[in-house]
Design a protein around this ligand. Structure first.
Ligand code: MSK
Length: 634
């Protein structure tokens, strides 16, 4: 057993939260901890997925006494339909994020609010898509690519362009199973059509579409979001930052960015660093301006600018409870409507910016690409002018803070691991050194850990607990979303400290490559980076993705997006381990399709494991990785 004393423990994080809840009590604020109590116990039909309210004859709830809905649909059809609708919600959400990025790219211009920061990547993707680049102005090319990318959402014929990035073996599986995603919007519409009253009630057909709809997210909308965010804002490279609530600074104006789309936060960061704004903050009594983040917007600006990460999903109320948050600025997704009333208990300005995420008790500053600069400037100014309204007796910023190295895009991982193993092939741009670490046994394998917090799991305990267990077993972690922030808050991304807790092989790799053992790959849409990495590992090794000693895991997931992610990760050949049930336990048939030996596994060579006991979940992942190694004879 290792001594984890230099890291921040779950107990310490809970103690910090408890001290903030005292602030909530002082001002009579409502918090998620209280609302969970009010909502418990949850509806058993909802939890089992056995309630159908797709038409207005019901709602129908399946029991022993009433085994079919009014239309005659059985429990398996109802559960499978609900599962597909869950997926469609997630796929639509991620993909619409990607679409917004394409619109931003379309607005990019020399000297404008948005410029092309990684022209090489743009040209690389253009070549991949068969677009002529020779002699073209980079902004003409950007606009052309944006239009082609936007057509991926609604093109009438063909399949997603990025599917060609997958190994041929995977592409063939998709083709044979008839799950190659066509236009992104079409897969969402088809999912809604199939689940309309009087259409599909056959679990096999509904689950097939769930995989296809998920793939349209992973290899479509999300990949577009990631790749073109890199083009616009720069491809992440390793850089150092800090994490946990102590990144907020008592004497500074604190602006917290929250949500997912980097277009807004990039601008806020830019203006918060503007000397004119800093001077203005000083003139009003602050020492400076601190921008920190929550959820995936935080991941985006941490990866590209080293902006500190104040917390993850279930910490979003904590930043307001510090009494030191001048403005919480949100874009889309994972934002609690509770932030409105909560902010009103403090001096905090709750600023919504997107027509997609309108909320009561917020100040709405409609943000768009043409006016991005003035919008962001107005937001920063509003926060500065709010500094004087703080109530000093309510200011409580727990001192927890850890160092974190972030910014591991695929390009960065390939670069840093190059030369670590004794690979004979040292050509730049392959994953062969990483593969050599795995085949030689220095690393046993990798886990892609992703996803949210969920009050059903003690916050961060599953993420951090599993990570420690895997690291001790020489399994490297690639992480994104709120899982990444859980790791960073605990200290598992500190390249100096965290390696001390690893097995000898992983520790050696960390020392040679100067990396932390948990690699921050970005936000939720950036799980598409993990797909690219898995595809490259497969192509470089000649081993199908499903046979690589790599698995996916979402131990504390909560959102529809996570279900879409689960489907595209499984459909890409990676066994996926969940710590929270996706509302399917009401149907043995659906469970068999998702988790059995002859369900989705027959199509895509991977399946789900659902296990709420986190110790067991960790053991199962390690067993699976070792079984894959044994099958490969390594
Ligand atoms: S923010 S989807 S709570 S990971 Fe992407 Fe975190 Fe989950 Fe939202």
């Amino acid at each position: 057993m290792k001594d984890w004393a230099s890291l921040t423990t779950i107990e310490e994080m809970e103690a910090a939260t408890n001290s903030l809840l005292e602030n909530a009590e002082k001002v009579g604020a409502d918090t998620w901890q209280q609302r969970v109590k009010n909502q418990t116990p949850h509806c058993g039909f909802g939890e089992a997925g056995t309630c159908c309210r797709i038409c207005s004859m019901g709602p129908c709830r399946i029991t022993k006494k009433s085994p079919r809905g009014i239309c005659g649909c059985d429990v398996h059809g109802i559960v499978a339909r609900n599962f597909l609708r869950f997926t469609a919600g997630g796929s639509a959400t991620h993909s619409d994020h990607g679409r917004e990025i394409m619109h931003t790219l379309h607005q990019a211009k020399e000297g404008g609010n948005y410029t092309v920061k990684d022209p090489d990547k743009l040209i690389r993707i253009a070549h991949e898509w068969g677009v002529e680049t020779e002699g073209k102005d980079i902004y003409d090319l950007a606009h052309e690519m944006a239009e082609i990318g936007l057509l991926e959402y609604g093109k009438p014929f063909g399949t997603q362009r990025f599917l060609k990035r997958a190994p041929e073996h995977t592409q063939k599986l998709w083709h044979d199973a008839e799950i190659e995603p066509r236009a992104i919007d079409r897969e969402v519409a088809t999912a809604l059509h199939m689940t309309h009253m009087g259409c599909s009630s056959l679990p096999e057909a509904l689950i097939r579409q769930a995989l296809r709809c998920g793939l349209s997210d992973g290899w479509g909308g999300s990949m577009m979001g990631t790749e073109f965010s890199d083009v616009l804002f720069g491809t992440p490279k390793p850089l150092d930052t800090t994490a946990n609530i102590g990144v907020m600074e008592k004497d500074n104006v604190n602006i917290v960015v929250h949500g997912h789309d980097p277009s807004l936060s990039e601008m806020v960061v830019h203006y918060a660093n503007d000397p004119e704004m800093i001077a203005y903050a000083k003139s009003l009594g602050a020492k400076g301006i601190t921008v920190s983040g929550v959820c995936c917007t935080s991941n985006e600006v941490a990866m590209r600018h080293g902006i500190p990460m104040a917390g993850n999903f279930l910490n979003q109320e904590n930043v307001v409870l510090t009494g030191a948050c001048e403005a919480i600025v949100v874009d889309v997704q994972c934002i609690f409507p509770a932030l409105g009333p909560l902010s009103k208990c403090f001096h905090t300005k709750f600023i919504t910016t997107s027509p997609i995420a309108r909320m009561p008790d917020s100040e709405f500053i409609r943000f768009n690409a043409e006016t991005a600069g003035e919008n962001a400037k107005a937001i920063v100014k509003m926060a500065i002018e709010n500094f004087k309204n703080r109530k000093p007796e309510l200011v409580n910023i727990p001192s927890q803070k850890q160092n974190a190295r972030v910014g591991y895009s695929v390009e960065a991982i390939v670069k840093v691991l190059d030369g670590v193993a004794n690979s004979q092939v040292d050509e730049f741009g392959t994953t062969k050194p990483l593969l050599e670490c795995v085949t030689s046994g220095v690393l046993r394998g990798a886990v892609a850990m992703v996803g949210c917090n969920n009050p059903k799991v003690r916050p961060d305990s599953a993420h951090v607990g599993l990570m420690k267990k895997l690291l001790e077993n020489d399994i490297i972690l690639i992480v994104s979303g709120c899982s990444a922030q859980a790791a960073a808050k605990a200290g598992l991304m500190d390249p100096v400290k965290a390696k001390e807790y690893c097995g000898d092989g992983l520790k050696r790799v960390c020392e040679l490559a100067d990396i932390p053992p948990v690699l921050h790959m970005g936000s939720c849409v950036d799980i598409s980076r993990m797909l690219i990495l898995a595809a490259e590992l497969s192509k470089d090794s000649g081993i199908p993705i499903s046979q690589l000693p790599v698995v996916g895991c979402a131990p504390e997931w909560m959102s529809e997006k996570a279900v879409s992610i689960g489907n595209y990760v499984v459909a890409s050949g990676l066994d996926t381990f969940l710590g929270v049930d996706p509302y399917v336990k009401g149907s043995t048939e659906v469970c068999d399709w998702l988790t059995g030996e002859h369900g989705v596994k027959d199509w895509v060579e991977a399946n789900y494991t659902v296990e709420q006991d986190i110790e067991k979940l960790g053991d199962l992942m390690i067993e699976r990785i070792e079984a894959k190694r044994a099958a490969l004879g390594i």
